[in-house]
Write a protein that binds this ligand. Structure first.
Ligand code: GDD
Ligand code: MN
Length: 371
């Protein structure tokens, strides 16, 4: 027995339609862990796959420490399943891994001795000297993975922050309710929000041979949403301002498209400007609610929209008022209405940010977590 591993470990495995992989996984874990740690368990958190995993788990549990938790959430989610596992695990030292045998259980003892009882997170990494990837990994998946990794550079310094194979000690984690992941990257979430030093061990990543990957376009969009959240968490108000301006830039494009559209249809430019303004305001409300201020307490959408639009009256006054003033008073702007529109939008944006942050999406309920 390795001395540093003198304490027990819970292995948390999120599953969705992995019944066919469980037996092989458990027997490899058994071989890898029985000698290395005094006690272990595998806690499978299944998203109600209905693929017979209950029977497989019950059978295995007759002779090995296998537990199954079936989550019945309205929407399946890998990260939330892992959080549930972290909550229910019997032991504080926890390894999280995939069920599909992509992650070699044989590396766990080394990961645990690296972890010791330190405040840190130990990753099984695919991108270190000594790591290797299954040959079946096509160029597209490789490129996607690399691109996804590059986007995390401002947040974490490690070779493979995307890895789903890691060891942590629960005693160093904050209240689990402080974690707000979406989708696949629970490891990244913990790294960023818990600010744990990361240490990496090279692994061979084996592509699954049974079942199918659950990674899809939806998960990729979730990943971008999740990243946005983490950026906002890490960069605070400056991050929110950048986000607000980016959302506003999208709104401006909507504004322009609708303005030009109606001008093209022959509508009076002042009326066109009014319509395009309200459309853009609704766009901005929706994206600010779901991106810029997503960590603020959620309000009922209808009322909040009304508030946003109502609260934009000041921005509207600044924006529309300056547009009218510029086009009526200055010949140049009368001839260059688009430029006048830009000026109005810039002034309106500053006042809108303040209104949004203080009035439409206020922090208020201070006991709830805001980033
Ligand atoms: N409970 C639950 N709910 N489990 C899920 C869900 C879900 O919605 N979606 C996937 N899983 C489980 C799978 O059953 C598997 O055990 C593990 O999560 C990983 O899912 P895969 O479908 O095999 O994903 P992958 O191989 O594309 O992604 C893995 O490798 C990535 C690196 O490329 C994961 O480890 C990712 O976290 C990792 O970034
Ligand atoms: Mn996989």
């Amino acid at each position: 027995m390795i001395e540093k591993n003198a304490s027990a470990v819970s292995v948390v495995v999120p599953t969705f339609r992995e019944a066919g992989n469980l037996e092989a996984l458990v027997s490899r874990l058994d071989l890898a862990l029985s000698e290395a740690v005094p006690a272990w368990e595998i806690l499978v958190v299944d998203d109600d796959s209905g693929d017979g995993i209950e029977e497989v788990a019950a059978k295995l549990a007759e002779s090995l420490p296998v537990r199954l938790e079936i989550r019945s959430a309205p929407r399946r989610d890998l990260s939330l399943s892992v959080l549930r596992g972290l909550e229910l695990a019997k032991y504080d030292r926890i390894v999280v891994m995939d069920a599909d045998l992509s992650h070699p259980p044989e590396m766990i003892p080394e990961m645990l001795s690296r972890l010791g009882d330190q405040k840190s997170m130990v990753l099984g990494s695919r991108y270190l000297p000594g790591s290797s990837l299954d040959e079946k990994w096509g160029a597209d998946r490789f490129l996607q993975s690399r691109l996804a990794t590059i986007l995390t550079k401002p947040l974490v310094k490690c070779a493979d922050p995307m890895s789903g194979f890691f060891a942590v000690d629960r005693r160093w984690l904050p209240e689990l309710s402080a974690l707000r992941p979406i989708g696949f990257k629970i490891g990244l979430e913990i790294m960023v929000r818990c600010d744990l030093p990361v240490s990496e061990i090279p692994i061979h990543f084996q592509d699954r041979s049974v079942g199918r990957s659950k990674m899809n376009a939806r998960q990729q969009i979730n990943y971008l949403r999740h990243l946005w959240r983490l950026y906002l968490f890490r960069f605070g108000r400056p991050g929110r301002i950048v986000s607000f301006v980016m959302v506003g830039t999208g709104g401006l494009i909507v504004d322009l498209a609708i303005f030009w559209g109606f001008r093209w249809l022959g509508l009076d430019h002042r009326v066109a400007r009014l319509i395009s303004f309200w459309s853009a305001a609704s766009w901005n409300w929706w994206f600010n609610r779901n991106l810029t201020f997503e960590a603020r307490p959620k309000r009922r959408p209808g009322r909040q929209w009304a508030k946003f639009v109502g609260g934009s009256l000041l921005g509207f006054a600044v924006n529309y008022g300056s547009y009218i003033a510029l086009t009526e008073m200055i010949e140049f702007f009368y001839r260059n209405q688009t430029l006048a529109l830009f000026c109005g939008v810039a002034l309106g944006t500053a006042s809108n940010y303040l209104m949004a942050s203080l009035f439409v999406f206020p922090k208020l309920e201070r006991r709830r977590r805001n980033s």
